[in-house]
Write a protein that binds this ligand. Structure first.
Ligand SMILES: C[S@@+](CC[C@H](N)C(=O)[O-])C[C@H]1O[C@@H](n2cnc3c(N)ncnc32)[C@H](O)[C@@H]1O
Length: 164
C-alpha cells in the first residue's frame, strides 16, 4: 500500500494545544504511555470510556494519582513502555506525549505501543525536537503506519498515525 504522509510546520495539533477538542468516542479505551503527572490522562478521561496511564516513575504517578482522584474511569500503572503489561490489540487510541526522546531505543517502545493498538486505531506520539527531528520521527513511524500526519512546532515533533 502507498504511504500517505502529510507534514505541517509551525502548527500545533489539537491534542497538544486543546486536548479537549481532539475527537474522541465514548467507547474509546485509551492508553497514555509515559503519562507523567497525568495531565493528559485527566483530560482524556473526560471524553473516553476508560483511560490507562502508564509511567516508569513512582514519583510522577503519585502526582497523577492525586490529579485523577475523582476520575472513576482512569487507572494508573507503574510500567516500562518497552514491556507494556497488556495483551495485543486492546486500545482504540494510544497517546505518548514527549516520552520518546527519553527511552534508550525509541523503535522498541514504538513496537510495543503499536502492538497494543486495535485495528483502525490512532497513535499519537510526540518528542522534543532537539533530540528527535522530524525526519527521524518520520522514519521511525513508517515502520508501523501507512498513514501519518507530522507536525512540527518550536519545541516538538508530533506524529498522528492510523493503525490499519
Ligand atoms: C517529559 S515527561 C512527559 C509526561 C507527560 N506525557 C506529559 O506530557 O505531561 C516523560 C515521562 O516519560 C516517563 N518515562 C521515561 N522513560 C519511560 C519508560 N521507559 N517507560 C515508561 N515511562 C517512561 C518519565 O517518567 C516521564 O514521566
Amino acid at each position: 500500500m502507498a504511504l500517505r504522509c502529510q507534514i505541517f510546520r509551525d502548527t500545533v495539533p489539537k491534542i497538544q494545544k486543546h486536548p479537549r477538542k481532539c475527537k474522541h468516542k465514548k467507547k474509546d479505551i485509551i492508553l497514555d504511555a509515559g503519562c507523567g503527572t497525568g495531565f493528559f490522562c485527566k483530560i482524556l478521561s473526560e471524553k473516553a470510556k476508560f483511560v490507562i496511564g502508564i509511567d516508569g516513575s513512582k514519583n510522577m504517578l503519585q502526582i497523577a494519582k492525586k490529579r485523577l482522584s475523582g476520575s472513576i474511569n482512569a487507572q494508573l500503572i507503574l510500567a516500562d513502555v518497552d514491556y507494556l503489561p497488556f495483551l495485543s490489540q486492546k486500545f482504540t487510541k494510544v497517546f505518548s506525549v514527549t516520552l520518546l526522546q527519553n527511552v534508550p531505543v525509541p523503535q522498541k517502545s514504538l513496537k510495543e505501543i503499536f502492538r497494543v493498538c486495535k485495528k483502525n486505531s490512532l497513535v499519537v506520539v510526540s518528542a522534543l525536537k532537539k533530540k528527535i527531528n522530524l525526519m527521524e520521527l518520520y522514519q521511525m513511524l513508517t515502520e508501523f503506519s501507512d498513514a501519518i500526519q507530522l507536525f512540527e512546532n518550536q519545541e516538538d515533533v508530533i506524529g498522528f498515525c492510523s493503525v490499519e
